[in-house]
Design a protein around this ligand. Structure first.
Ligand code: ATP
Length: 255
């Protein structure tokens, strides 16, 4: 059975303009699923529906068989900007989701420290956000989203503001941590290579609809022909140029 399920979802904002139309999306438990699409096509809105922050006008959304509002404590969210609280040290920022529910105990602190250590920030627990680089702040935001051990992690272009090297490091960190915990991930990005690297499947959206889904599991070698072919197929689905030689190669291999 699917873990995250959006079935026949219609959604439009209060101004009346319809945005999502009959959208169906299913993620198996433990699947890492990436969404790509042009600016304004509805990716963030889809994430907010999956989180229960917006309600569909028609259709159903469920997380582990219940409405997302009922699963809220089992859902982690990472936004494009790290949104850390400047006046709290790193450790307290990571513990924030716990503090909003109850007073953090020794086990919570240990869990937060372990997450920071796994993300290479073991020595930064008592620093303040302004004393960290952009990449380090993004790692803190990721640790914060993982501190309650969520079953579902929703990420909205979390690494978009980072340089290419830091972004690749964080992609590898995310993949390792979510695989080891069996976390189900819905990841929105503009970066097609990021989607191919991270995803088991990639969905392409256009104007509120799903126009293509591509299985990309196991494509982690960015220099491999299979990676390039998946990248090119996704670019084509987004009506972006891929170069003649690549277009010919894709036409030969594509089902
Ligand atoms: N609160 C709102 N009220 C009205 N319209 C909105 C609201 N939020 C978003 N929209 C509109 O809905 C459309 C989809 O927005 P959404 O943020 O889901 O797009 P997106 O695909 O995530 O874009 P981007 O890649 O630029 O982040 C856009 O046209 C946007 O202007």
């Amino acid at each position: 059975m699917s873990f995250l399920c959006l079935h026949a979802v219609d959604f439009g904002f209060a101004d009346g303009t319809p945005l999502l139309h009959g959208l169906d999306l299913e993620l198996a438990r433990g699947e890492i699923h990436c969404i790509v699409g042009r600016s304004g096509c509805g990716k963030t809105t889809l994430l907010r529906l999956a989180a229960g922050l917006l309600q569909p006008q028609a259709g159903q959304v469920s997380v582990g068989g219940v409405a997302p509002e009922q699963a809220r404590s089992d859902i982690g969210f990472v936004f494009q900007a790290p949104t850390l609280l400047e006046w709290l040290p790193v450790l307290d920022n990571v513990l924030l989701p716990v503090s909003l529910q109850r007073r953090p105990g020794a086990r919570d602190v240990e869990q937060a420290r372990q997450l920071l250590a796994r993300l290479g920030l073991g020595d930064y627990a008592q620093r303040y956000p302004r004393q960290l680089s952009g990449g380090q702040q993004s790692r803190v935001a990721l640790a914060r989203a993982l501190v309650l051990g969520p079953s579902l992690l929703l990420l909205d272009e979390p690494f978009a503001a980072l340089d290419a090297i830091t972004r690749e490091e964080l992609q590898a960190d995310l993949l390792r941590m979510c695989r080891s915990e069996g976390t189900t991930v819905l990841f929105v990005t503009h970066d097609i290579a990021e989607a191919v690297f991270l995803g088991d499947r990639v969905t392409v959206m256009d104007a509120g609809r799903i126009v293509r889904q591509l299985p990309v599991a196991g494509l982690h070698d960015r220099a491999s022909p299979a990676f390039a072919a998946a990248w090119a197929q996704l670019r084509q689905a987004m009506h972006l140029p891929v170069g003649e030689a690549m277009a010919d190669a894709v036409a030969e291999c594509a089902p």
